[in-house]
Each structure stands twice: as structure tokens, then as C-alpha cells.
Design a protein around this ligand. Structure first.
Ligand SMILES: [Fe+2]
Length: 327
């Protein structure tokens, strides 16, 4: 058996690597000598004969990547998500890193060019994510463990996606069917898409906000809905996340001041995830809040946030997974 410094790859992953100059070094395990040797060095030209040898080695289960090439293989696999998630040689922590990197790249690509092709790419990777975590809900812990607390639109969107999805799965999925969970995931990822249109001198402001700044910030909800409309996104869950994530159960939220009974499940999940993620993230004007304290603060605000969802958030915190264990 090769050491833990290496892991076996499938034919699907190899297929994605086999260009004229593979970006990741490939190794072969010789079972007779029980040793690993370098079969092809990253960046070098791959002749046809060696290509056939690599395919043959892969077919007998003896083609490996080195964990020392972590950065290169995570980068490659995050662009080829489907095969990577079902590569048996990778640990949950490695797969979680690949998933987070892939999803952040998809979200960034969409925000920088919010058109249908980028939306379709994001939908496809979110579907893969939902399949992965629904198969074994414990996988969510590894995903939550590496949340990036540095504030930025893509980081915040990814954090909300993962926290909101964790709330949904830990709360028994609230009777949602798989397509609804995928729509909720997309809504969580895109809830703040209108912020991409808020001028940077307003969204990055660290000092006193003028009334006009507040108006500009609040308009991100309407801008987001307009963007969804232009993209012909009609999923109820996605629209509710964008429209209702700043509504509060006591009617104190915006833009419509909806009361509890008028705020949908997606809006309530997104409100908890959005506020929690904002609280634990670092901003130029504030330090990130301790993860447990951030969850408890929402628990003490039961008039505004769904208490059932916040209790699930606290249970996740007590379980010690994700950002909860990182303080
Ligand atoms: Fe928002």
C-alpha cells in the first residue's frame, strides 16, 4: 500500500489531467516492490507512449497524486468538481477545500459577469454540493470548518450558502424536496447579488453613513430582484432569499416590513444565515465575533429571527463543528 502521502485517482480525474503538459505530477505504485515512483513530472510534455502507460496504471488502480502537490491538485479538481467529489482517495477535509474553492470561484465569476452561462455553471456545482452533503450530512461539518471570515461579497455569499444549507439539513430539511434544496442553495448564494451594483465608496465605507448611503445600501434588494428578473430566474426560493433576507419577524425589517406569517422559509433561513455570517466576519471597523456568542446573540433576538432555526444554529455550535470550533 502506498503511504498516506499519496492518493489514488480515478480514470475520470485522470481524463481531466491528460493534456499535453499535465499541471500535476503523476506517480505510479509498484505493488511488487511496494514503492512509489514518479511517472510524469508536472509541466513536462507528455508523449503518447507515457500517456498510454498512465492510463494502464490507472486502470489497475496504481496511479497516484502526491499530497505534497496539494495546491495544484486542489486547483485542478475545483474546476472539475463532479469527479473530484467521488474520488475515494481524498479525505473529507480535502474535498471540502476543493468544494469551497470551486463554489467561491463560481460565485465570483457570476458576480463579475452576471449572465446565464455563469448562472448555469453555479447551478450545476450547487447541485453537486447538495448531492454530496445529502448523501452523508456529516460532511457539512468539514465544509463549515474552513469558512473564510475576511469580509467580501463572494466570501459572505459562500458562508451564507454553507450555514443556510447546514441549518436546512440539521433541521430535518423542513420537508423540502431535492429541487427545493437546490433552489434554496442558489438563493443563499445570490441573496446579496444586488450589492454588486452598490458603489464601492458606499459598500466599503467604514465611518458614518449618510441617509443617502443607507438608501443606496437598502436598494440592493430591489437591484437584486431586477437582476433575477433579467436572468429569468423564477425559482420561488431564490426570489424569497433575495427579497426577504432583511425582513424581520417583528416587522422591523426592510424593504416591505413584512410580519412573521408573510416571510417564507427561504427568507427566514437566509435572514439567520446572513446576520450570523456578517457577525462572525471581520470588517475594517469591527473584529469578528466569537462564533458561539454570535449564535447566542441571535437566540436572544427571538422577536426578529426564527427561534427554531436559531436553536438549530446553536446546536451546530454546541456540536463544535465548522466556524464554531475555530475561535
Ligand atoms: Fe443584504
Amino acid at each position: 500500500m502506498p503511504s498516506k502521502d499519496y492518493f489514488q485517482i480515478s480514470a475520470q480525474i485522470l481524463a481531466g489531467l491528460l493534456c499535453s503538459r499535465p499541471l500535476v505530477s503523476l506517480y505510479v505504485h509498484d505493488p511488487g516492490l511496494d514503492e512509489v515512483r514518479l511517472a510524469h513530472r508536472a509541466g513536462e510534455f507528455l508523449p503518447a507512449g507515457r500517456r498510454a502507460e498512465l492510463i494502464e496504471a490507472c486502470g489497475r488502480g496504481g496511479l497516484l497524486l502526491s499530497r505534497a502537490d496539494h495546491e495544484a491538485f486542489v486547483g485542478h479538481m475545483s474546476a472539475n468538481l463532479g469527479p473530484a467529489l467521488f474520488c475515494s482517495g481524498l479525505g473529507q477535509g480535502e474535498i471540502a477545500e476543493i468544494l469551497r474553492r470551486a463554489l467561491k470561484a463560481r460565485i465570483e465569476a457570476f458576480f463579475s459577469r452576471p449572465l446565464k452561462p455563469a448562472l448555469d455553471d453555479l447551478r450545476r456545482d450547487l447541485s453537486t454540493l447538495v448531492e454530496y452533503v445529502q448523501t452523508e450530512p456529516g460532511r457539512m461539518d468539514a465544509l463549515l470548518r474552513g469558512l473564510d471570515r475576511e469580509y467580501g461579497l463572494a466570501n459572505h455569499s459562500l458562508n451564507c450558502l454553507l450555514i443556510g444549507l447546514a441549518l436546512c439539513l440539521a433541521g430535518g430539511e423542513k420537508g423540502l424536496a431535492r429541487p427545493d434544496i437546490e433552489s434554496l442553495a442558489l438563493g443563499l448564494a445570490l441573496h446579496d447579488l444586488g450589492m454588486a451594483l452598490v458603489p464601492a465608496f458606499v459598500s466599503a465605507k467604514t465611518g458614518f453613513l449618510m441617509p443617502s448611503d443607507r438608501d443606496s445600501l437598502r436598494r440592493h434588494v430591489e437591484s437584486g430582484l431586477n437582476m433575477l428578473n433579467r436572468l429569468e430566474v423564477s425559482d420561488r426560493m431564490v426570489i424569497d432569499c433575495v427579497r426577504e433576507h432583511h425582513e424581520r419577524l417583528d416587522g422591523s425589517g426592510y424593504p416591505r416590513g413584512l410580519a412573521a406569517g408573510d416571510i417564507g422559509l427561504a427568507g427566514r433561513v437566509c435572514a439567520v444565515a446572513d446576520s450570523y455570517c456578517a457577525s462572525i466576519s471581520e470588517r475594517p471597523y469591527k473584529r469578528p465575533k466569537d462564533a458561539h456568542l454570535a449564535a447566542l446573540a441571535l437566540l436572544g433576538d427571538g422577536a426578529r429571527y426564527d427561534p427554531d432555526l436559531v436553536r438549530v444554529l446553536c446546536l451546530l455550535a454546541d456540536r463544535g463543528g465548522g466556524p464554531f470550533g475555530a475561535d
